[in-house]
Design a protein around this ligand. Structure first.
Ligand code: FAD
Ligand code: NAD
Length: 482
């Protein structure tokens, strides 16, 4: 009888469910084990809910930032005419109910398509059991919520268990006033004064969103600037916009503790200062879900950070065990998790596979303006990682931007000095997540700035600035820094 390859996937986020779809299509017998629901944290608590919340914030921001200039009149009988967020107003309970409804619906859709593809979905917590057997198989034990256990035998196991919010010992979330990012969707009323601790992508996105929804926001940043990992020019634009909109951005301020004092929250900073607010959102990073999974006993190398070591085709140090997504700490993005998961399956099932190439990844910070990035970065150029010419053009000069009242933002493209091949780019603009795509295509396909410049763009359009930057890089051969 023909042996059907058995794959067990632990974790049903993008790393896990995308792998399940591919493996099932390639004819394997697939079981996906998840303890919370398919879609994972990405769909249920992280990426999808935050972007749904931000969809409401985006409408509020558009109204807030340009309504007067565009000739829109708001009713003048409201007491808060200085802040359109108050004039328009947000029913946070309703917003959050929508957020949860859409997240659950997406999780159901994913479960339906994984099941339709022929994979089995098993609810429970999975762990590896011991080393590889002599026949090359692996055992996974799944513990259900009622304590019952089932043992699965697999030819290959993919671990895609994601991560969870990091907590400070003296700032434990209570789910009411001190919150992590998974708990904010239980709020029925908008926080009056929100302190966001941590100015990475999560902190910046929530700070911008709640500011737009109408909260007074203080952003506590332990570093010199917001978004320390992003393009410095882009981060400077965003920080400037945040401050202009009234956000209190506190640089070089490390939070030491957060505690409830009645209906208030006190956040003590490491330098002794104390700030107070009605709510506090902790956004100080994530911890990989690798504990208690029998990894070391199974020969899987776990790094000091708790991340599972993998190579570029998602193999761990244990034969027959692959890992994908946030648990690997490679690049915490849903798209990268999905790619790592698919690569693992292509590799194990003998399909053609290209190793993971992080220099073509595009990502986006969903603030207003958005910050979209692809390929090599300004830091790579400044640090001598790559030799590239860089041109940055503010959106201010773009005709469509003028019509739309857009002042903040730019397009930046990086290309190789000799060939003009595009190696990276940054777009800071409303919907930069959509505008980055032509630059992503160029990076992925080794297109030159001449080719990007030659393609027609619509007039007037923001993408006209992408062609304009490419033209400048093509014609001004001697351009150096940004
Ligand atoms: C607030 C926020 C916003 C984000 N926004 C974006 C964005 O806009 N775009 C983007 O690309 N990325 C975004 N990310 C990152 C993105 O969410 C992650 O990169 C992505 O979720 C990683 O997917 P994953 O498959 O590794 O794991 P996850 O999505 O974390 O899913 C893992 C699943 O495994 C389950 N699990 C854990 N342990 C076990 C076990 N032992 N047995 C069974 N199941 C288990 C978990 O319960 C979970 O369901 C955001 C992250 C955060 C925190
Ligand atoms: N739009 C997106 O794609 C998106 C959105 C959110 C998160 N993510 C991904 O998730 C990953 C994690 O991002 P993140 O922002 O949650 O974590 P992070 O680790 O990138 O940022 C946490 C920030 O908190 C700061 N910090 C830590 N302790 C602090 C303290 N005591 N006081 C003040 N600041 C403190 C750190 O210096 C850091 O800048 C990122 O890699 C990101 O790519 C992606």
């Amino acid at each position: 009888m023909e042996h059907v390859t058995r794959i067990v996937i632990i974790g049903g986020g993008p790393g896990g469910y995308e792998a399940a779809l591919v493996a099932a299509q390639l004819g394997a017998e697939v079981t996906v084990v998840d303890c919370d629901g398919l879609g994972g944290a990405s769909v249920l608590t992280d990426c999808v809910p935050s972007k749904t919340l931000i969809a409401t914030a985006e409408v509020m921001t558009t109204f807030d930032s340009s309504y007067e200039e565009l000739g829109i009149i708001v009713a003048d009988d409201t007491p808060h005419i200085d802040s359109p967020a108050r004039v328009v107003g947000v029913d946070l309970g309703k917003v959050n109910r929508r957020v949860k409804r859409l997240a659950l619906a997406q999780s159901h859709d994913i479960t339906a398509s994984v099941t339709r593809a022929g994979a089995r979905v098993l609810r429970g917590r999975g762990r590896l059991e011991g080393m590889q057997a002599l026949d090359g198989s692996r055992k996974v034990v799944v513990r259900a919520a009622d304590g019952s256990e089932e043992t699965l035998v697999a030819d290959a196991v993919l671990i895609a268990t994601g991560g969870h919010p990091r907590e400070l010992a003296d700032a434990q979330p209570d789910g009411e006033r001190i919150l992590n990012w998974t708990q904010v969707y239980d709020l029925d009323e908008l926080p009056d004064e929100l302190i966001v601790v941590g100015s990475g992508v999560t902190g910046a996105e929530f700070a911008g969103a709640y500011q737009a929804l109408g909260s007074r926001v203080t952003l506590v940043s332990s570093r010199d600037r917001v978004l320390p990992g992003e393009d410095p020019d882009a981060a400077a634009v965003l920080e400037d916009v945040f401050r202009r909109r009234g956000m209190n951005v506190m640089a070089r301020s490390r939070a030491a503790s957060a505690k409830r004092v009645g209906d208030r929250v006190e956040v003590a900073l490491a330098d002794g200062r104390v700030i107070t607010g009605s709510h506090c959102l902790m956004a100080v990073g994530a911890i990989p879900n690798s504990d208690g999974m029998g990894l070391e006993e199974a020969g899987v190398k776990v790094q000091e950070s708790g991340h599972i070591w993998t190579d570029k085709v998602s193999r761990t140090t244990a034969p027959g065990v692959y890992a994908a997504g946030d648990v690997t700490g490679v690049f915490a993005l849903a798209s990268v998790a999905a790619m790592q998961g698919r690569i693992a399956m292509y590799h194990f099932l003998g399909d053609a596979v290209a190793p993971l190439n992080l220099k073509t990844v595009s990502s986006n910070v969903f603030t207003d303006p958005e910050i979209a990035t692809v390929g090599y970065s300004q830091a790579d150029v400044d640090g001598g990682v790559i030799d590239a010419r860089v041109v940055k053009l503010p959106l201010l000069r773009n005709p469509r931007a003028k019509m739309q009242g857009i002042r903040d933002g730019f397009v930046k493209i990086l290309c190789r000095p000799g060939t003009g091949i595009v190696v990276g780019g940054v777009v800071v603009a409303p919907r930069a997540s959509e505008l980055i795509h032509p630059i992503s295509l160029a990076v992925d396909n080794n297109l030159t700035v001449e080719q990007v410049a030659k393609a027609f763009t619509v007039y007037p359009s923001l993408s006209g600035s992408i062609a304009e930057v490419a033209r400048q890089l093509h014609t001004r051969k001697s351009v150096g820094g940004a």
